[in-house]
Design a protein around this ligand. Structure first.
Ligand code: ADP
Length: 498
């Protein structure tokens, strides 16, 4: 029988304790069906280890544990104490940054420096929501002299949370922070490609003082454990981050079961628009970061670059040079900016989009090929000579691939910027304040960056317009995803006809 903990080594740490079990009720357990699955290192395609797999029965067990905690001790924990636990968890993330970041780099393939940034941002997010826990307030609403009305913001209950593999720890904290601050209990399922860091983070949950059953962490597959969560009759809310295709399935499952509340953070095909008056060198650095950060595996990646025609030729030349300088390689090497794609499946999807782009007649300005023969490394790729109807312009590639084309006027930039079924993010590069504000106002996206890109912050709401999602993560707005309003209306006068 597979162990519940193993000793692992990373190129950055000595041996550390890697849990492999399911974390339910503050205990490490095996799945009822005794299944395990292998975790692959995307840098060299070797097997790192196996972890225990949750199936439907384990989801049931975790939901019962969560329900018991919600109906029992957790209800009585004062908001201030919930906040303290989240703050303590944030401290523990920071104290364990080296291990958490190294596990993330090993399992996901992101560069160690970026992984450390993720840990810092995850801690920031948990601490921020720790601060919110005792500031979630209702209102007194005056309707007449003989009635006293107030509203309360109450937790929703048992929350099922399904997260992706591109920012495993960060998504863990984005989901857990607001849910716990608002007094909910959670069952979180990590992505099957990257279960390891979420399990290490689970070891910190009990240390932070959370009672058993409040935060449960399971590893498992989308079609099994994920589907069991979204169709479960005793889960009150499901929060999902991932592809739009799966988002639709989750909504259907929620609709077909107990009408659980649904929030979704889905895909994108975000425009990155550069006007002729932009500071070109700044714009290039942000356009480069916009698409190649995290190997293009960002739902908000700036994958459609539009440049005003008067500066197009100069821009493309410099952008190409910049992209070719991005250091692609071993996540544990100090200079690395871009590591491997997360899995064989993702690698194959991206390469097939690149082939499709070539077939459709787009020109590869740079990149377009695999790097090496081991690991899922892909060259930073730019396609020019594209038309708006091409697949590579319309569909989310989720890799280090962008398209670039020209526009003439501000109206045209807005119109092509909005020419997508998605609406997660967009950016405008200009030194003209009017242009910045006018274009930002017209772009149908949940976040618009001006002269920057991918600069998310836990204080700022993030989420999608159109088919990019429902609800907002981060900021005060995320608390709405995890609270429901109760109205209490008290009659001060006598009987109705008295
Ligand atoms: P990707 O295609 O990039 O891997 P997915 O949207 O498939 O992204 O996966 C994101 C998360 O959703 C993962 O945790 C995955 O296990 C989960 N998932 C995938 N399919 C389903 C499903 N049918 N129901 C619930 N969760 C799912």
């Amino acid at each position: 029988m597979a162990d519940l903990h193993i000793k692992l080594k990373t190129p950055h740490t000595g041996e550390y304790d890697q849990p492999t079990g399911l974390f339910i009720n503050n205990e490490w357990v095996r799945g009822v069906d005794g299944k395990t699955f292998e975790v692959v290192n995307p840098s060299d395609e070797t097997i790192i280890c196996s972890v225990h797999e949750a199936t439907e029965k384990d989801v049931d067990i975790a939901v019962s544990a969560a329900r018991k905690a919600f109906n029992g001790p957790w209800r009585k924990v004062a908001p201030n104490d919930r906040g303290r636990m989240l703050t303590k968890l944030a401290d523990l993330f920071e104290e364990n940054v080296e291990v958490l970041a190294a596990v993330e780099a090993l399992d996901n393939g992101k560069a160690l420096a970026m992984a450390k940034g993720d840990v810092a941002a995850a801690a920031g997010c948990l601490r921020y929501y720790g601060g919110w826990a005792d500031k979630i307030e209702g209102k007194v609403v005056d309707t007449s002299h003989d009635t006293f009305n107030y509203t309360k913001k109450e937790p929703i209950g048992v929350c099922g949370q399904i997260i992706p593999w591109n920012f495993p720890l960060l998504m863990w904290s984005w989901k857990i922070g607001p849910a716990i601050a608002a007094g909910n209990v959670v069952l979180i399922k990590t992505a099957e490609q990257t279960p390891l860091s979420g399990l290490v983070a689970a070891t910190l949950v009990a240390k932070a003082g959370f009672p058993p059953g409040v935060i449960n962490v399971i590893s498992g597959f989308g079609k099994v454990a994920g589907a069991a969560i979204s169709s479960h009759m005793d889960i009150d809310k499901v929060a999902f981050t991932g592809s739009t295709v799966v988002g639709r399935q989750i909504m259907k499952a929620a609709a077909g079961s107990n009408l659980k509340k649904v929030t979704l953070e889905l895909g994108g095909k975000s425009p990155n628009i550069v006007f002729e008056d932009a500071d070109i060198d700044n714009a290039i650095s942000w356009v480069n970061f916009g698409i190649y950060f995290n190997h293009g595996q960002c739902c908000c990646a700036g994958s459609r670059v539009y440049v005003q025609e008067s500066i197009y030729d100069k821009f493309i030349q410099k952008f190409k040079e910049r992209a070719e300088k991005n250091a692609v390689g071993d996540p544990f090497h100090g200079d690395t900016f871009q590591g491997p794609q997360v899995s064989q499946l993702q690698f194959d999807r991206i390469m097939s989009y690149i082939e499709e782009g070539k077939k459709e007649g787009a020109k590869v300005e740079t990149g377009g090929k695999r790097i090496g023969t081991k690991g899922y490394f892909i060259e930073p790729t730019i396609f020019s000579n594209v038309t708006e109807d091409m697949k590579i312009v319309q569909e989310e590639i989720f890799g280090p691939v962008c398209t670039i084309s020209k526009f003439k006027t501000q109206e045209e930039a807005i119109s092509i910027g909005n020419n997508t079924t998605y609406g997660l993010a967009a950016a405008v590069h200009t030194t003209n304040l009017n242009t910045a504000i006018e274009v930002s106002n017209e772009l149908r996206a949940g976040t618009v960056w001006v002269n920057t890109y991918n600069t998310l912050h836990w204080q700022l709401p993030f989420g999608g317009y159109k088919e990019s999602g429902i609800g907002r993560e981060l900021g005060e707005a995320a608390l709405d995803n995890y609270t429901q309003v109760k109205t209490v209306s008290i009659r001060l006068g006598g009987a109705l006809f008295g």
